[in-house]
Design a protein around this ligand. Structure first.
Ligand SMILES: [Zn+2]
Length: 101
């Protein structure tokens, strides 16, 4: 499987980002892949990439973005960015716009 190299390069380039909203404590995870940024939820094992949609859902596996988050958590290599809750709606709209278009 080719995923391993991707995972290592994502983690080593700090491609795993945690967007932390205060004071609610809401968390949004994104992973910057080769050419796109993907939204994922490690708690639900969900990722917005096509690989997850076409493969992970049917085989029960995980795409390399989810593996990258897991590896980054283990190694403490996470880029955390704090936001205020008032920015949440804008952040989500921008993210969804990026994903859909
Ligand atoms: Zn993915």
């Amino acid at each position: 499987m080719k995923g391993r190299g991707n995972v290592d390069s994502i983690v080593s380039t700090m491609g795993v980002k945690l967007h932390y909203f205060e004071p609610s404590g809401r968390k949004i995870w994104t992973v910057v892949g080769k050419d796109n940024e993907y939204w994922l939820d490690p708690d639900l094992s969900f990722c917005s990439c096509a690989d997850y949609y076409y493969n992970a859902l049917s085989t029960g596996g995980q795409c390399y973005h989810l593996k990258a988050v897991k590896t980054a958590l283990e190694q403490g290599k996470i880029e955390a960015v704090k936001f205020s809750d008032s920015e949440f709606d804008n952040f989500i709209s921008a993210l969804v716009r990026d994903l859909l278009y």
